[in-house]
Design a protein around this ligand. Structure first.
Ligand code: DX5
Ligand code: ZN
Length: 217
């Protein structure tokens, strides 16, 4: 893929001005909007849920890339899709039957994605590659923005790209966690970059266009 897609994570945006933040980041050239949903069980943090996704959908012109960090995602996927999730990504560790959940996401009209914690072996998601449009490689422990990039996860990105070139699956490779203008040099094989703190509170300040440009450079 020639040009990488950039998916800013609203976790680091100003929640009191979410509408303005989204407008700014869209104007700045964001391709997707990354929405981190946390339930206080699967990860040790609580963020936002279905009503926020629904409100975002009303005026957000770019696709909503929803990352579910919740236990038993099967209980909520229908509501997230009705609320407007375009891509809906679940954790392989969060459910007994990832294949059933991924099939259901597609049946309900969204694009299914699978992801894994840094400590989970890539092998765990291989059985599900044929069912997804997106694989998200976590380069931090899920739960919080602003953590340091885990370079030891890059081999997963490379392995996924290799498997894709061997026609073992097709879909996008996304990376989430600690992505900034330095670490991006290690992510040549990724198609979609999630960035929260780098875009919304990084060295480029409120110049979101400069931050996004730096990630694409
Ligand atoms: C972490 C989230 C990330 C987070 C990334 O659990 O999945 O999307 O917002 O934040 P940064 O880019 O600051 O590492
Ligand atoms: Zn995320």
């Amino acid at each position: 893929m020639a040009n990488k897609l950039i998916s800013p994570s609203i976790l680091s945006a100003d929640f009191a001005k979410l509408g303005e933040e989204i407008e700014s980041v869209t104007k700045a050239g964001a391709d997707w909007l990354h929405v981190d949903v946390m339930d206080g069980h699967f990860v040790n943090n609580i963020t936002i849920g279905i009503p926020v996704v629904k409100s975002l959908k009303k005026f957000c012109k770019i696709p909503l890339d929803v990352h579910l960090m919740i236990e038993k995602p099967e209980k909520y996927i229908e509501q997230f899709i009705k609320a407007g999730a375009d891509y809906l990504t679940i954790h392989v560790e969060a459910t007994q039957d990832p294949a059933a959940v991924l099939r259901k996401i597609r049946e309900l009209g969204a694009k299914p994605g699978i992801t894994l914690r840094p400590g989970t072996a890539l092998d765990k998601i291989i059985p599900f590659l044929a069912l997804v449009d997106l694989v998200l490689v976590m380069t931090v422990e899920p739960g919080f923005g602003g953590q340091s990039f885990m370079a030891d996860q890059v081999s997963k990105v490379e392995a996924l790209k290799q498997m894709r070139s061997e026609k073992k699956w097709q879909g996008l490779i996304e990376v989430d966690g600690g992505v900034n203008e330095q670490t991006v040099s290690q992510l040549k094989s990724a198609d979609v970059l999630v960035a929260g703190s780098f875009v919304f509170s990084g060295p480029h300040g409120k110049n979101y266009a400069a931050a996004i440009k730096a990630l694409r450079a």
